[in-house]
Design a protein around this ligand. Structure first.
Ligand SMILES: Cc1cc2nc3c(=O)[nH]c(=O)nc-3n(C[C@H](O)[C@H](O)[C@H](O)COP(=O)(O)OP(=O)(O)OC[C@H]3O[C@@H](n4cnc5c(N)ncnc54)[C@H](O)[C@@H]3O)c2cc1C
Length: 414
């Protein structure tokens, strides 16, 4: 079996501890790995910012497994290591689309849905909410097909890898649609936080970029199905040209086209599939609080901005609609997502996160599983109404604890 060094996460902020990454060539070889190892995690496209995907045992990548994309009616089934950049054009060619995408298409379907990756939109659930079934190989090499009728579905569709190796994901699709996007400066902060439902509900997907102080850095980026999102101009917004700044990130020819209509997958991500997304030299954190608390939570963060602004490149505010997945930050509640892109300075970032987490603590805050956070496990678990159900299911499917790692033990108490 081929191997390679495990390397580091995409931005280099976490070096994997495992000695090597194994590259099985087919499902039989994958089963051999799982049955003989004491501890396994999957390494996908590595766009995480913590140790969620690491292990002291064996890392396995599906990159040598055959890839298959099948579209049947309103479902798409992907097998192997498939990214949204690979899946989206195939869907579009069949006249189909996903309901939403994250800010970049470079990430894997299995890794993104395992961690609750999201885009924006008052009526858009996260990408995991489009999962209709997963095939999971357990530590005995057995594959379970877990669909919506299965007792473990609400745990396994967003399972942070705790159920085993996801070898296939089935996603809900919808008819293809066209999106026009534009980014605007000049919308007053008070208008954004004064009526967040109006701003975030104005288009299919709305992001607000801010550095929590300098209005020159505030940007409303709206993506509409029905022509240019002109409604932002009624709030004083002025379209920006091509030279777009995301806070202190100066994007260099890596964003998707603004001002013209295009297929959904060419407009919903901020960043183009053929370019480096974001800054590259960064760490990310993100916290979710109920939409009903958006105004107070944003005020609480803004009040402590001087404590973290030296580390900040930019913040992005988005919304995620409620779902029924037990570990979802949006489980049974619409949320506002408060994101931070930091300078790539681990010690500096870890020093400021507790301030933000304390400010958001009164608002039933949950962290993004794939990004940096310091919330103690007790606080995380207290925010998860179905943690006991998740833990029970994970123990039944993985009694030897092969897929548990430090992150899951520390955060979820698995
Ligand atoms: C520039 C940039 C922009 C981003 N934008 C967004 C955004 O818009 N919205 C958002 O929510 N997040 C965003 N993220 C975060 C990112 O989408 C998530 O952290 C996501 O988990 C990355 O998926 P991955 O496959 O690259 O990660 P990996 O680190 O490879 O995997 C993530 C987790 O899933 C597990 N896993 C992966 N594949 C499998 C499998 N087949 N079976 C079982 N477990 C598996 C891994 O073990 C790990 O625990 C961004 C990240 C970057 C770097």
């Amino acid at each position: 079996m081929q191997t390679r060094p495990p390397g580091a996460t995409w931005s280099g902020n976490h070096r994997y501890r495992a000695a090597e990454t194994l590259l099985p060539g087919d499902l039989d070889e994958l089963a051999e790995v799982l049955t003989s190892a004491d501890a396994v995690r999957v390494q996908a496209t590595r766009h995480t910012f913590n140790d969620v995907g690491d292990t002291d045992g064996v890392l396995v990548s599906l990159e040598q497994l055959p890839v298959r994309i099948e579209i049947d009616g309103d479902r798409a089934r992907v097998e192997g290591l498939v990214t949204f950049a690979e899946l989206a054009p195939v869907l579009e060619a069949e006249g189909r689309a996903l309901h939403n995408l994250g800010s970049l298409p470079h990430i894997s379907v299995a890794g993104a849905t395992a961690t609750g990756t999201h885009g924006s939109g008052l009526r858009n659930g996260n990408l995991s909410s489009a999962v209709r079934a997963v095939d999971v190989m357990d530590a005995d090499g057995q594959t379970h097909h877990i669909d919506q009728t299965h007792e473990w579905f609400a745990a396994a569709a967003l399972g942070i890898g705790a159920f085993g190796v996801i070898t296939a994901v089935e996603l809900q699709t919808e008819p293809s649609y066209t999106v026009t996007q534009q980014a605007y400066t000049g919308v007053a902060w008070d208008d954004i936080v004064g009526d967040p439902e109006r701003v975030f509900g104005g288009s299919r997907s709305v992001s607000v970029f801010t550095t929590w102080g300098d209005p020159a850095h505030d940007l409303v980026w709206a993506k509409s199905d029905d022509g240019a999102p002109d409604w932002v101009e009624t709030l004083g917004g002025r379209p920006v040209g091509d030279d777009i700044h995301l806070g202190r990130i100066r994007t260099v020819d890596n964003t998707t086209p603004r001002g013209t209509p295009g297929p959904w997958h060419t407009r919903l991500p901020h960043f183009r599939a053929d370019a480096l997304p974001s800054d590259g030299d960064e760490i990310q954190s993100e916290y979710f609080v109920p939409m009903a608390s958006a105004r107070d939570a944003l005020a609480a963060v803004r009040a402590i901005a001087p404590a973290f602004s030296a580390q900040l490149l930019v913040s992005e505010l988005r919304t995620v609609a409620a779902d029924e997945l037990w570990l979802s930050p949006a489980y049974q509640r619409d949320v506002i997502a408060i994101h931070f892109t930091w300078r790539n300075d681990t010690d500096g970032v870890l020093a400021v996160l507790p301030h933000i987490e304390a400010a958001l603590a009164p608002f039933d805050v949950r962290p993004h599983w794939g990004k940096a956070f310091t919330m103690p496990g007790e606080a995380v678990r207290a925010s998860l109404a179905r943690i006991d159900d998740f833990t029970a299911a994970a123990h039944r499917v993985d009694p030897r604890g092969v897929f548990r790692n430090d992150f899951l033990r520390r955060t979820l108490g698995l």
